[in-house]
Each structure stands twice: as C-alpha cells, then as structure tokens.
Ligand binder design. Structure first.
Ligand code: 5GP
Length: 180
C-alpha cells in the first residue's frame, strides 16, 4: 500500500481502484433492482461526488434516469441549527420525481438531513441517498442514514476518489486515510 505526503500529512492508501469498483458495482446492482421500471433523478452533490457519480451511473443496469447537480455548503449562524447555502442551486424540477442523492461521504449527516428536507419540500415523491463512504459512528441525524453505501469507515479523514484536501487530490484513483 502506497503512502503519499500532502501538506505535511502522511496518507496511507486504503481502498484501491479494484475495491472501489466492487463497492460501486454492488451499490449499482441494488439501485438497478430497486428502480427497475422507474425513472429516477440522480442529484449529484458537488464537488466531491462527481467521481463516484460518474462510475455509478454507468454501472446501472437498465435504469432510465436523469442526472443533475447541486452544490451546497453548510454553515452555522448564531443558533445551533445548520443552514444550507446553495452555491449551485438545483436546476431541475423534482416534484413527483424519485430522487436519489449521490454523495461522496456522509459524516455527521447534516448536509443530507437538510438536502432531504429540501427535496421533500419541493415535492419529490421519494428521496433516497447513495454514498461512496459512510462514517456511521459520527452520524448525528438519524434520517440522514444512507440507503446505499459503498464502504464504511470509522472517523478517519480520507482523501481521493473525489474527496479533497483543501481543494486538491480529488483526482487520486484510490482512497487514502490520514496516518495518525
Ligand atoms: P456532513 O454534512 O455529513 O457532516 O459532511 C459531509 C461533507 O463533509 C462531505 O460531503 C465532505 O465534503 C466533508 N467530509 C466529511 N468527512 C470527510 C473526510 O474524511 N474527507 C474529506 N475530504 N471530506 C469529508
């Protein structure tokens, strides 16, 4: 397993492209079975999810679908309630659609918690979540538990396969974990 240096930190290769391909394939198979005969709308959460989304949608079998993008950032004001800021707002009508949100990683679940509420508020018929990575031990919003997960991890910081470190390293084909 390779290690790389990034901004003074050492990262250890964790999920290799072969493993990622298997993880994506099992998620794609489940989604293909669940959405057979439906026409889901995939909402890709930028920036991190674009790599996972590109692989996932091409691994689906027989699912007629649409793909759109959204970019959000969560911030906290004076209260403890997180608010979602839409940097790239949704361009597509989600009313009466079966929405599948595609995320790179679910950590506390705040982003997904708010995005699901947003989609429901816009009249989506159903909202599910597929994520490449999930940190179950860190989940703070029960409704943000993803429906489809590529791979679970504990609370380590990871990079690569779409996930950045200060904007860089999204193009690494493997997922790397920070070395303590
Ligand atoms: P949440 O709203 O679930 O707390 O956080 C989700 C977002 O936090 C992800 O979309 C991602 O941008 C960021 N994030 C959480 N954990 C990690 C991590 O281990 N590595 C990277 N690069 N980003 C993370």
């Amino acid at each position: 397993m390779k290690t790389i240096e990034e901004q003074g930190y050492t990262f250890q290769e964790w999920l290799l492209p072969e493993q990622i391909a298997k993880d994506v394939a099992q998620v794609a198979d489940k989604i293909s079975a669940d959405y057979a005969g439906k026409e889901p709308l995939f909402v890709v959460v930028l920036n991190g999810a674009f790599v996972f989304a590109a692989d996932l949608i091409r691994a689906l079998k027989g699912v007629r679908c649409e793909v759109t993008f959204i970019r959000v950032s969560s911030y906290f004001g004076m209260s403890t309630t997180g608010q979602l800021q839409f940097i790239v707002p949704l361009q597509q009508v989600v009313e009466n659609r079966d929405v599948v949100i595609l995320e790179d990683i679910v950590d506390t679940g705040l982003t997904i918690h708010q995005l699901k509420a947003h989609m429901r508020g816009l009249g989506a018929s159903s909202v599910r979540v597929a994520t490449m990575l999930f940190k179950p031990g860190k989940l703070e919003y029960e409704d943000a538990k993803p429906d489809y997960v590529g791979h679970e991890l504990t609370d380590e910081f990871v990079i690569g396969y779409g996930l950045d470190f200060d904007g860089f390293v999204r193009n690494l084909p493997s997922v790397y974990k920070v070395k303590k």
